[in-house]
Write a protein that binds this ligand. Sequence first.
Ligand code: FO1
Length: 319
Amino acid sequence: MRIVVLAGGIGGARFLRGLRAAAPEADITVIGNTGDDIHLFGLKVCPDLDTVMYTLGGGINEEQGWGRADETFHIKEELAAYGVEPTWFGLGDRDFATHVIRTQMLGAGYPLSAVTEALCARWKPGVRLLPMTDDRVETHVAIQAEEGTRKVVHFQEYWVKLRAAMAAEAVVPVGADQSKPAPGVLEAISTADVILFPPSNPVVSIGAILAVPGIREAIAEAGVPVVGLSPIVGGAPVRGMADKVLAAVGVEATAAAVAAHYGSGLLDGWLVHTSDADAVADVEAAGIRCRAVPLLMADLDATAQMAREALTLAEEARA
Ligand code: FO1
């Protein structure tokens, strides 16, 4: 079975570990979000691609959900000693090697998709990891500055430095509208047997991927079941601060509202957590099959069970 998964960072990567366990025979292609990418110290950092690669490749810092295990931060400390900014983004020594090689290969003319393939040759994630595009896309966030004027900051500054402490007035994947799907992306979608939206951030992760012209249309026209899993449980994100960016796009932080945001034009099925069973009727009324199942990725078995539920709902929607 060919499965295509649109994935962001931590939530998407953890879900993929469960999916691999639930469907070991499946051929899984991940379309990874690159809107979180940031250029630091002359290096290109791809947080969501690296989180998927490290998580599935066994190198992730498990508690954090990002960055490498067994990390040290000598380079970061030395840069800070020189007074170089930013100091608020925790790049570890092991992680720096990934960004050095990526930047070196990009500088030699390799597209991001080829770089990602080369990095995955080491990590062997057990899935095909494709960036959503080879073109530069970086999500920026408009916030209310002190003196009541608006300021635009890079998504990572909003997320990591500012901890999303203030409302996001607008979230823009800069460059998306001029970008093209990376090689293999549209082909993977058109040959998929099922397409999954894991519990990634609906705005800055799944939303950024859908903002690449051609991807949303390809999914809508794929003619195969598209099933998503709610990242919102009981009116709040299970992890992260998705509610902050959902508000920026006028979407209420509820399981039903996120399903409606994706729309029945995209989604055939939607899983909500058992505590949100009262949302099932609303989602079904929107023309999307819905089921309430446990959606907390407490461990591999729980996550694998979620993946099985998603694949089962997809088969019901296919019929
Ligand atoms: N997240 C943080 O909250 N603090 C950090 O210092 C931080 C550093 C970092 C370095 C590399 C990387 O790949 C990810 C990193 N993240 C950090 C997570 C990152 O902001 C998020 O994973 C995504 O961008 C959102 O999904």
